[in-house]
Design a protein around this ligand. Sequence first.
Ligand code: NAD
Length: 430
Amino acid sequence: MFSGDHIMQTHSSRISGFHNLPMADRLAKLVDISGLTPDAAEHLANTGNLEAAIADSMIENAIGTMNIPLGVATNMIVDGRDVLIPMATEESSVVAAVCNAARQCRDSGGFVTSMSGSLMIAQIQLTQVPDPEFARLRILEQKAQIQQVCDDTDPVLLKHGGGFRDLEVRVLNEARGGAMVVTHLIVDTRDAMGANAVNSMAEAVAPLIAQWTGGRPYLRILSNLADRRLARARATWTLDAIGGEAVRDGIISAYEFAHIDPYRAATHNKGIMNGVSAVVLASGNDTRAVEAGAHAYAARSGQYRSLTHFEVDRDGNLVGTIEMPLAVGLVGGATKSHPTAQVVLDILGVDSADQLARVFAAVGLAQNFSALKALATTGIQKGHMALHAKNIAVMAGAVGAEIEAVARELIARGKVRVDIAEECLQQMRA
Ligand code: NAD
């Protein structure tokens, strides 16, 4: 591994013209400034299966790529279809959790999903409006013209069956500088996540709103609280499949804890996002957009709560549900430009953004089931540690077959620590 000893201490971070350099020259400059070793430089120059030219076109100042393991979760049935779930994650146990949960609900049919729609919201903020309620009505009266402007902005979206659907205008009175009038453009973005699509519409409509109301428009951007794009999934776990009533009741108690306590809910929902973000990332979609939406939705009642619910059905089985905003696409962003994302979409075998979001919701529910089951029974560390031990072995310097051997020894000793791993390694190599 490459030590961090050489990190820039004396050089300025102001590098004029850095972004204009070809990617290889940018890397050379970075190596020079940061004093990276030739090994580290060679490591960064290897962009793996993402061509340097593509990486360079995706973000600014690219100097390399960063590989994250891509795993495939097995056993999932979603809406009667067997689906393999590619997941990009650096965290051990995430893929295994989905496999385990899916295996335990396979016999009862797997996951059943649905979607509320594919509507996104773009917000236009209007300030300095002396008569906000009057302005609100003036804007609402112009719905037909607003629709025309929005649809003219994106004829391709229109061709794919999307476009403007509705208009909402809210008056927010809490602002220090007087009331704000906030217009929501509600747009069906079909198979696109839709951020760029609706942002362009908001920018096109804003000057008209200013003209009609005399107010001053500022922000024109989508809301990541995509509460008109909710993905839902449900599943049944029989008592036989999960190991009896005590396990079921433990899972329900764990869920109730998250429902009533935000400290627990944050960790509970983080676990859900372990699954969701991994598959969102693998598909080239925007993890931050989905995460922001999920957490805002979890707090919609005024208290931050669980995104899932667990109950007991009339036959005594455990039933779980999830509902969360899932603004993801099959076109746009990196979904089309990243070659791995394209392969991932082929593996998922979905043909609409709606289907994609529904699979993602099922993954979130599966992940949560496994976490709650582990927490309510053996504790999370047992399963985690087996996988974590391999990371610790690598940290201690194990390579090749040593990784598995050191990990096994750490588990056997019941001490998954890097100092113990170093000791094991020394003994093995002696
Ligand atoms: P985009 O603009 O790249 O692609 C969407 C466009 O593709 C549509 O506007 C439409 O013209 C066209 N299109 C072709 N086939 C389509 C189909 N079947 N259905 C729908 N549209 C079709 O991408 P986008 O989805 O508008 O935006 C997503 C990107 O925006 C992501 O990269 C995201 O990271 C980024 N972004 C996010 C935020 C945010 O979440 N706050 C803000 C800005 C940008």
